[in-house]
Design a protein around this ligand. Structure first.
Ligand SMILES: [Fe+2]
Ligand SMILES: [Fe+2]
Length: 208
């Protein structure tokens, strides 16, 4: 497998940055840039290709500013399966729709890259290392509240070299669940599945 497997030659970081910029607000673009920065940092320590990690970050929120109705329509168009919660809360589909658009418009077919983009909001149980990297980078972007990012960083960083990805995903999931409960919003079953899966992974890693 070549390093660029499933990514056409014309697709460079500069290319996707220029492709994404007109699709999102300046604020969102700043967030995306911040996610790319953290994705590089995590990828270096998580056995992940840095180019792929950065590419997934630049593409992950490309469809975030589409209206909820448009996202549901796009999901139907691309034959993306979704449930009742996504039908009512179309914004949850911005990742899967962005992955489908990246495939159709940019010719990207790399499975891990498309999965990372599709899964970045809800996660998955399990996720591939690239998907885990993007999931956490999106949580840890520097524009987010420190009360949210600090506990995730604390769980992630073992020392300067080593990171604990399952622990960070559990903490991010817990914080996400608390936020959903406190704001009276529905909980997607996947969030619970991700939390339970990575809690078990963490337990197995700690107590072999
Ligand atoms: Fe997103
Ligand atoms: Fe994001």
């Amino acid at each position: 497998m070549t390093k660029r497997n499933g990514v056409p030659e014309k697709i460079t970081i500069d290319f996707v940055r220029a492709w994404v910029e007109p699709r999102v607000s300046a604020k969102r673009f700043k967030h995306i840039k911040g996610v790319a920065k953290v994705a590089r940092q995590i990828a270096e320590r998580h056995n992940c290709d840095i180019f792929f990690a950065e590419l997934s970050a630049w593409l992950h929120d490309a469809c975030k500013e589409m209206k909820e109705k448009e996202l549901v329509e796009a999901a139907c168009h691309f034959q993306i399966p979704f449930g009742e919660i996504e039908a009512k809360h179309g914004h949850l589909l911005h990742g899967p729709v962005a992955a489908a658009v990246a495939k159709e418009e940019l010719g990207i077919t790399n499975i891990d890259l498309l999965a990372a983009i599709a899964e970045h909001t809800l996660g998955n149980a399990p996720m591939c290392p690239l998907s885990e990297t993007l999931f956490l980078a999106d949580c840890l972007e520097e524009g987010r509240a420190r009360s949210y990012t600090a506990p995730i960083w604390a769980a992630l960083k073992i020392d300067e070299e080593r990171i604990n990805v399952p622990h960070a995903i559990v903490v991010a999931s817990d914080l996400g669940l608390v936020h959903l409960i406190e704001s009276g919003r529905p909980i997607h079953p996947r969030t619970v599945e991700v939390r339970n899966f990575y809690m078990q992974t963490l337990k197995e890693a700690t107590c072999p």
